[in-house]
Design a binder for this molecule. Sequence first.
Ligand code: IPE
Ligand code: IPE
Ligand code: MG
Length: 269
Amino acid sequence: MAFEDVDYTSLSVPAAPFSNPAIVPEFPKGRVPRHVGVIMDGNGRWAKQRGLVRTEGHKAAEPVVFDTIAGAIEAGVRYLSLYTFSTENWKRSPQEVRFLMGFSRDIIHRRVAQMDEWGVRVRWSGRRPRLWRSVIDELEKAMERTKDNTTIDVVFCINYGGRAEIADAAAAIARDVRDGRISGDRVTERMIAEHLYNPDIPDADLVIRTSGEQRTSNFLPWEAAYAELDFVPELFPDYGRAVLWRSIDHYIHRDRRFGGVVQNIVRHS
Ligand code: IPE
Ligand code: IPE
Ligand code: MG
């Protein structure tokens, strides 16, 4: 049976945002990170620990993705970037790559109504070449359907690589210079930021990586240049809104200096 033919619809559906307000922590106003990135790692190890094939770990991650989105909405996060498939993940076996492509396409298709209901605006960050046409089609349909939603922007980073994004921005600037729209000696940080995949999205404030690995693996190198980092031990299938809230709480207690000095920072609590 082809991976694409597998029926995943029996997977559990996480509780919708605010269906249990009693458990939502009250974060101090104005202190919640506006843009959170999550490197969703550890699906393969989760499966291995259970004697299962790696793809079972990816399947187990699906409800967790939506629990995380619900938790981000509850916490008041405005942008959530989810690292779903990197430009380096093509190195994996053809079977796993094929599974991940088909699964991403199916998830977007199957969950778009739920995301729409939750007020999610679906976004995509990544490179077109090589990415399956059917994945792009589902992303485009979901982006069109949800474009007026304002509760949260969820950015699926699929065929995303931070270096690729910066190289693509540089290429776009080079085209502008060639065509006389800008002068080559006036390339600024702002100009690069304006040529990223989604220039309207603010820099990441907090980047979380699951599974205990302490690296960023080419995720948002430009946007997360000053982000706080939180490396959590949970494998992604064991992740969820409660662990997200713990990271937000860590974030709230950090001093962000942006190169300034600590006395200038208004400390919380
Ligand atoms: C993250 O889990 C999912 C993707 C990168 C697509 P992994 O598949 O990397 O799981 P581990 O790191 O091998 O456990
Ligand atoms: C990063 O995880 C990519 C995604 C989560 C999509 P990887 O598992 O690919 O990263 P490395 O290989 O451990 O650095
Ligand atoms: Mg991994």
